[in-house]
Structure formats: structure tokens, C-alpha cells
Write a protein that binds this ligand. Structure first.
Ligand code: PEP
Length: 246
């Protein structure tokens, strides 16, 4: 599973260039799960291109709100369902940093996604927490949003160390693998029906470092920010994951 998080980037021009470059570089493989979370305003435009070009790319949202109604600027779970979005990212550290989002709201959002779309919950420690050996403690707390929930469908967690996002730094392959295993164990033992989530790695993944990261046993894919804005780079990362690019 490889997901592009475009954040607040893009234009109609960028999107048409992106698809031209993606198609030029990409060798399709059956069964691969590729998703784009664009700014909401471009969802329709992207869906149309994906259908016209017969691409197997799913679209999702970068966030959702806890309810509908008088909440200017928000989108609700009902809208995500209505629009047949496949997934929604929840709890990205930028939402916490710039929009003051708290774990309680993240839990509500995860609840709202039950039977609506696949949640991709972002978790990860700050640099300071990492240096103080608090990574597992911080992530355990963040994963408590799944406690008591009864998801029937797939759930996904993205391990995104805050200090690795957009910085060019990444944890070692071994650290990534250990944390991914830890996340799977924690969610399995705390969710009602012992669900094992898919765990994606996110934070400065690019064409050069992805192959090494994808070799890790417990890595089920990646959530990609900066490198996903280039259609050709993104295609190469997907192909590396698919084992079809060397
Ligand atoms: C992200 O913010 O979700 C992310 C993974 O960003 P980047 O790839 O740019 O580090």
C-alpha cells in the first residue's frame, strides 16, 4: 500500500503533468494498492483523470471532521462515504501542530470512519521524545484511539516520526522494523477483535531510500509527502514496493 499525501500542494496544471509523468514511468502490477490524498478541491478532477486513463488508483482525504453541520471548512464522514473515498488519513502531526488537534478528536474521527473508509492513523514521536527513549510510550498512547473499537474492515497505521517528516532524515531500517512490529502487537492486543493493522512507514521516503525500507519484514508500504508530488518519483517508489523496479 503506497499512499501519496499531497498536503496543501497542487494545481490543475501540476495534476495533469503528474499523471503524464506517472503513466510514462509506471509498470502496473495487479493487486497493488495505490492511493492519493489530494487537497479536497481537486478530488473530482483526479477521479475523472483516473477513470479516463483506467488507472487503479484510489482517492482518499487528508482528514475529516468529527461531525457535520455548522463547521465551516470541514468535511464529514458522511461526505467521505457519499463520495466513495477509499481511505482517510487521521491524526497527521501537522494537524496537531497547526490545527491544535488532540488525541480525543482523533479518536472520534476514527470512530466516524467505521464502515465508511479505511482509516490511516498517523503516529510518531518528536525528536526530543526519540532522544529520551520515549518512542514506544508515545506511540502506545497514540494507539489508544483503537481501544474498544470493533472495525470489521482493514485498519492502517502510518509510523511517521515527526522529526523525519520533510527533513531528509529517517530512522534506521532496524528501528523502523522494530517499531512497526511494536505497533502491530499493541493494536492486536488492544482492539476488540484482535485486528492486526497494516503499518506504513512515512517520513522522507524517496526513490533512493525506499528499497531499503521496503525490505523490512513488518513494513507494509509507505505514506509519502514531498516525493509524491512528482509523478515519476512516485511511480518509481510504487514499483520498488511492487518489486518491479531495480
Ligand atoms: C508526511 O508528512 O506524511 C510525509 C511522509 O512527508 P515527507 O514524505 O515529505 O517526509
Amino acid at each position: 500500500m503506497i499512499i501519496a499525501n499531497w498536503k496543501c500542494n497542487g494545481s490543475k496544471q501540476m495534476i495533469s503533468t503528474w499523471f503524464a509523468e506517472f503513466i510514462e514511468s509506471y509498470a502496473p502490477k495487479d493487486g497493488s494498492y495505490i492511493g492519493i490524498a489530494p487537497p479536497m478541491i481537486y478530488l473530482e478532477y483526479i477521479k475523472r483523470i483516473v477513470a479516463e486513463k483506467s488507472l487503479k488508483i484510489k482517492v482518499g482525504t487528508q482528514d475529516l471532521d468529527v461531525s457535520n453541520g455548522a463547521r465551516t471548512g470541514a468535511i464529514s464522514a458522511e461526505m467521505i462515504l457519499d463520495y466513495e473515498c477509499s481511505f482517510s488519513i487521521v491524526g497527521h502531526s501537522e494537524r496537531m501542530q497547526y490545527f491544535n488537534e488532540k488525541n480525543s478528536a482523533i479518536k472520534e474521527k476514527i470512530h466516524k470512519l467505521i464502515n465508511v473508509a479505511t482509516p490511516i492513523l498517523c503516529v510518531g514521536e518528536t525528536y526530543e521524545e526519540n532522544q529520551n527513549n520515549l518512542t514506544e510510550e508515545v506511540i502506545s498512547e497514540q494507539l489508544r484511539v483503537f481501544e474498544g473499537l470493533n472495525f470489521k474492515n482493514k485498519i492502517v497505521v502510518a509510523y511517521e516520526p515527526v522529526w523525519a517528516i520533510g527533513t531528509g532524515m529517517t530512522p534506521s531500517k532496524q528501528e523502523i522494523n522494530e517499531i512497526h512490529k511494536f505497533i502491530k502487537d499493541v493494536v492486536q492486543s488492544s482492539s476488540v477483535n484482535s485486528l492486526i493493522p497494516s503499518v506504513l512507514y512515512g517520513g522522507s521516503v524517496n526513490e533512493e531510500n525506499c528499497e531499503n525500507i521496503f525490505k523490512s519484514e513488518f513494513v507494509d508500504g509507505a505514506l509519502i509527502g514531498g516525493a509524491s508530488l512528482d509523478g515519476s518519483s512516485f511511480a518509481k517508489i510504487v514499483m520498488s514496493f511492487n518489486g518491479s523496479y531495480k
